[in-house]
Design a protein around this ligand. Structure first.
Ligand code: NAD
Ligand code: MG
Length: 384
């Protein structure tokens, strides 16, 4: 029996993880759940899954949950409680599914304490890079990708990396794949969050619309598979049936296919190296529309080029890119800036914040804070 801690349990990945786990009560037990502030949703999860520990980031939410949580559920609050749960001696597997850099320190806590880290929170790898990879290596933690493309590549590389030429991450192209660039000025948060294939949280939905999601994934792939940027390509595949390609020097190309449902990747991270029922239906290719593949329009999706540039620069640049993106996406969702201002904010932040060497978690966090300040001052110059 494996004890699972799901960090970001109320979100899209968190709920899908609970769905997979509940199909295998003989294998997995829900040990801990965490969320930001939605205590009403968490109350329902407590009643259904009876975790031993719940951590809410928000103080008032924790207070409210304490009053209604079923007996036997301990409600804790705050960031250090979250790290404690991630590294708890009774935790076997950690689902890192908090959105954004808020997930960094708990992902690190799990990685330094030898857990199986099921990594959905790509931002922590973009920020922490080799620090996170090395922490996992030292402690013996397993870093298993949950991002569908990276899970696909991980699955294709089970035979080893010998003869690996390059990888190609597939991208749906998001809701604006066919929208002319001049029409992007006026798109609303609602339009940007209306993803044609995947149902996801708001932040990653906007990232998919700008294609920053794929940019972050290029950086994520660089660290996970230790490949140079020149060996990581992006191909648009609007049907989201093929989840990436791995090219070998004997002319073979391996890929993993499946319906666009995150439960497949989540299930594999849980059952690795084995497989199990995830609840996802089988693919019937005779019933599928034809599969298309296109090159990304780098002039239209500027964020993708910015991410490649940051990866090439290395050091603190990916962290700066990520921080500026988080600030810009939030401002876009709050209707403070337009859709096209997202890439402009990131570009300016990268130009202002000098590159620095990040050798410790503290320096990563410091660069994150500084980059956020710069991005905010670009968005609201009068307030800074
Ligand atoms: P979501 O917005 O649906 O859920 C986010 C979760 O994080 C919620 O439980 C929320 O309470 C928690 N959270 C937010 N801010 C927090 C804070 N400050 N402190 C503590 N907890 C906080 O997001 P999601 O779509 O489930 O995505 C989660 C992560 O998984 C992201 O990093 C995303 O890039 C990645 N991911 C998601 C998908 C997907 O299909 N949704 C696919 C691949 C990767
Ligand atoms: Mg993905």
């Amino acid at each position: 029996m494996k004890n699972i801690a799901i960090l970001g349990a109320t979100g899209s990945i968190g709920i899908s993880t609970l769905d997979v786990i509940s199909r295998h009560p003989e294998k997995y037990s829900v040990f801990a759940l965490s969320a930001n502030s939605n205590w009403k949703k968490m109350e329902k999860l407590c009643i259904k899954y009876m975790p031993k520990i719940v951590v809410m980031d928000d103080e008032e939410a924790a207070e409210n949950l304490r009053k209604v949580a079923p007996d036997g559920v301990m409600v804790l609050q705050g960031k250090s409680a979250l790290n404690d749960v991630a590294s708890h001696q009774n935790t076997d597997f950690v689902m890192a599914a908090i959105v954004g850099s808020a997930g960094l320190s708990s992902t690190f806590a799990a990685a330094t304490s030898g857990k199986r880290v099921m990594l959905a929170n790509k931002e922590s790898l973009v920020l922490g890079g080799n620090l996170l990879i090395n922490a996992a290596k030292e402690s013996g933690a397993e870093l298993i990708p949950v991002d569908s493309e990276h899970s696909a590549i991980f699955q294709c590389l089970q035979g080893g990396k010998e003869g690996l030429k390059k990888i190609q991450l597939t991208a749906s192209g998001g809701p604006f794949l066919k929208t002319p660039v001049e029409d992007l000025i006026n798109v609303t948060p609602k339009q940007a969050c209306n993803h044609p294939k995947w149902k996801m949280g708001q932040k990653i939905s906007v990232d998919s619309a700008t294609m920053m999601n794929k940019g972050l994934e290029v950086i994520e792939a660089h660290f996970l598979f230790q490949l140079s940027h020149s060996k990581i390509e992006v191909v648009i595949h609007p049907q989201s049936i093929i989840h990436s390609f791995v090219y070998f020097n004997d002319g073979s190309v391996l890929s993993q296919l499946g319906l666009p449902d995150m439960r497949s990747a989540i299930s594999f991270a849980l059952s690795y190296p084995g497989r199990q029922n995830s609840g996802v239906e089988s693919l019937d290719l005779t019933k599928q529309e034809s599969l298309e593949f296109l090159s990304p329009d780098m002039d239209k999706f500027k964020c993708l080029g910015l991410a490649y540039g940051a990866l090439e620069q290395g050091e603190s640049a990916p962290g700066t890119l990520n921080a500026a993106n988080e600030v810009a996406v939030e401002a876009f969702l709050n209707k403070k800036i337009g859709f096209l201002d997202i890439s402009k904010t990131i570009e300016k932040t990268l130009a202002i914040n000098p590159i620095s060497r990040l050798d410790t978690l503290a320096s990563v966090v410091e660069n994150d804070h500084l980059s956020r300040q710069i991005a905010r001052s670009i968005i609201e110059p009068r307030l800074s």
